[in-house]
Write a protein that binds this ligand. Structure first.
Ligand code: HEC
Length: 178
């Protein structure tokens, strides 16, 4: 009888342990996905503020977005460069932009998993997270929200696609977290 009680107590402790450990594990997973979603939302918002608040206002004063902004006294960085510059300041995780038909190879999907996620976004998903060789990847779909996006990409010397139009799915903001 004593032995049964002991086994019962052990089982009870074990079950209690499971109850405590399982939700903690789930919470850890959830918080990583949640953290990535928050980063993506913040970067998107920062870019929108840059486009609507900085670029649009600067234009009135004769200052324009120019890819070669470093050498141009009357030029400031493009929205994509703004996102990449933020990425350069960040430690602990990576932030960047991906294109389905990127102007630069450095903006192409970096693994089969990233290609698969980009394809899922092209299929209509707005935001995705996934595991990729020890990293958690988050992507948020990027669309040509104004004609200007399409026009500039169509006429860029490096473009491989010249028929972008307003509303097209162009790629994603990407976050890679270890
Ligand atoms: C004045 C030109 C210009 C405009 C306007 C512009 N882009 Fe770009 N975009 C670029 C350049 C140049 C790059 C590459 C920057 C780099 O990687 O250094 C780029 C990069 C990107 C990328 C990464 C993939 C790639 O093509 O290399 C995406 C996605 C993108 N832009 C989407 C957009 C969207 C959406 C808009 C409108 C909200 C937009 N762009 C407006 C010039 C432009």
């Amino acid at each position: 009888m004593k032995r049964l009680t002991a086994i019962g107590t052990m089982l009870g402790v074990f079950m209690l342990g499971l109850l405590l450990v399982l939700p903690a594990g789930q919470a850890a997973d959830m918080s990583k996905g949640k953290a990535i979603e928050m980063v993506l939302a913040t970067v998107k918002a920062a870019r929108t503020v840059y486009v609507k608040g900085v670029l649009a206002d600067a234009k009135k004063g004769g200052i324009k977005g120019n890819e070669a902004w470093v050498k141009d006294d009357h030029g400031i960085m493009l929205p994509a460069q703004f996102v990449k510059e933020i990425g350069k300041e960040i430690r602990g995780f990576e932030l960047g932009l991906l294109g389905t038909d990127p102007l630069y190879a450095s903006n192409a999907a970096k693994s089969p998993k990233e290609k698969e996620m980009l394809a899922a976004l092209a299929g209509g998903k707005k935001i995705l997270t996934g595991e990729d060789g020890g990293k958690t990847i988050g992507m948020s779909a990027d669309f040509a929200i104004v004609q200007g996006c399409a026009d500039c990409h169509n006429k860029h010397p490096k473009t491989t696609k010249k028929d972008w139009k307003k509303g097209d799915f162009m790629g994603a903001i990407v976050v890679r977290m270890k």
